[in-house]
Design a protein around this ligand. Structure first.
Ligand code: SF4
Length: 404
């Protein structure tokens, strides 16, 4: 049985009161240079800035604190000055759901920005043997309307800031007990081994390449060796195919690339992933062939959702192999995860296996992704903010149907 915990208003240090933090500037997600500029603004002398930035970085990203007052090696005057105009709070956790398979999904709420309203997004943690992957959102809603994706039915509200993206990682680590113990010595680093959040995928709500600058800043912070220290090889950015931004992703972010492919003919991809009308398959695959750093050790992952009678024929599989010729690639076959209101069905298991075998025989790794967290609607393509979602009773009924 899955578990759902309502954490609205729970007493926890990371829970930001939307009203309380609105007028302060968040320091989360800022680059070292931007953090230095903030320190200069509040009077820190130039010669001290580098050292102070290093201290803050440690408290924010190694220790994961949410309160300036616990930064023991920062002077009391500086802590007070920082707290007057800045905040380091993380999102409010509205709900935490835990699947029967251990997958966790959080509904996070961020304070209003400007004249806007508070916003809610979902973040998912998938534990696996020897690793744990956090699926992070980049936007509230999405402008793209991929027809198999639940998020695509929620209009775009706004981009998430770099701090809101980093805040998802820090809050997940805290909830999982993945932050160091309080008596960890100052100066300690985040160990490579034994981490619960060992991998990040920018594959949650939104198209990350439509929020390029904020995603880039956030991933630079996430991969900084003195902080969260997630290797860029353990960070994957998934795009529906924003072709002009693909070269910059490789050059400026240096992370692993995943493409939401889902169809091998333009007529069908125009329907499943409508951005294809703007950037058709030929242009998309040319950008993949030229992806900076592409090699057998740094393959591109192509995501392919298996839709019964739509894209799952063996002719589709053969065309997929032909299209990807010459691209070091891995193909993730994703059994379709149903959501309320969709007309699509998941391909039969036998057909998925035949499809996988054909692709595999052509020399491409083609794992069939085990559906995770279906009972809490945390699986691929199922994310949507609670505020836009169906009533809980309907959700439970559908979850029972999916499980049974
Ligand atoms: S698959 Fe990604 S890009 Fe397409 S609608 Fe869903 S969230 Fe947006």
């Amino acid at each position: 049985m899955s578990v759902s915990i309502d954490l609205t208003g729970a007493e926890r240090p990371g829970n930001a009161s939307p009203a309380a933090v609105q007028d302060r500037t968040s320091l989360l997600g800022l680059s070292r240079d931007a953090l230095g500029a903030r320190l200069r603004d509040i009077g820190v002398p130039d010669k001290q800035v580098r050292m102070r930035v290093g201290q803050l970085w440690h408290w924010l990203y190694v220790r994961g604190v949410t309160d300036f007052s616990v930064m023991a090696n920062v002077s009391r005057d500086l802590r007070t000055a920082l707290a007057e105009r800045h905040e380091i709070a993380r999102p409010e956790i509205v709900e935490e759901q835990i699947s029967v398979d251990g997958t966790r999904k959080w509904l996070f709420r961020f304070p209003a920005r400007g004249a806007g309203r508070p916003v809610e997004i979902e973040t998912v943690y998938i534990p696996e043997e020897g690793r744990g992957t956090l699926c992070v959102s980049s936007q509230v809603g999405c402008t793209l309307t991929c027809t198999f994706c639940h998020t695509g039915t929620q209009r775009l509200v706004r981009n998430l800031t770099e701090g809101e993206i980093v805040g998802q990682i820090l809050t997940a680590r805290e909830r999982l007990g993945d932050l160091p113990h309080a008596d960890t010595p100052i100066g300690a680093i985040v160990p490579n081994e034994g981490r619960l959040v060992s991998n990040i995928v920018m594959m949650g709500m939104g198209e990350p390449l439509y929020n390029f600058d904020n995603v880039k800043e956030a991933l630079a912070v996430a991969s900084d060796g003195d902080g969260l220290a997630l290797s860029r090889r353990r960070i994957t950015l998934s795009t529906s195919g924003v072709v002009p931004m693909i070269p910059r992703t490789g050059e400026e972010m240096g992370v692993m690339l995943a493409i939401s492919l889902h169809a091998v003919r333009d007529e069908l991809r125009d329907v499943l992933v409508p951005i294809n009308k703007k950037y058709p398959l030929e242009e998309l695959l040319a950008a993949c062939r030229a992806y900076p750093g592409l090699s057998n050790a740094r393959r591109i992952t192509f995501e392919y959702v298996m839709l019964k009678g739509v894209n799952d024929s063996l002719a589709d599989a053969r065309e997929l192999v032909r299209l990807l010729k010459g691209i070091p690639a891995k193909i993730n076959l994703i059994p379709f995860n149903p959501w309320p209101g969709t007309d699509y069905e998941c391909s039969d298991w036998d057909q998925i296996e035949r499809f996988a075998d054909l692709v595999n025989d052509a020399g491409y790794a083609s794992p069939i992704r085990t559906p995770r967290g279906r009972d809490i609607f945390a699986a691929c393509g199922q994310l949507k903010s609670e505020s836009e979602r169906m009533k809980k009773a309907d959700r439970l009924a559908l979850a029972a149907a999916v499980a049974g």
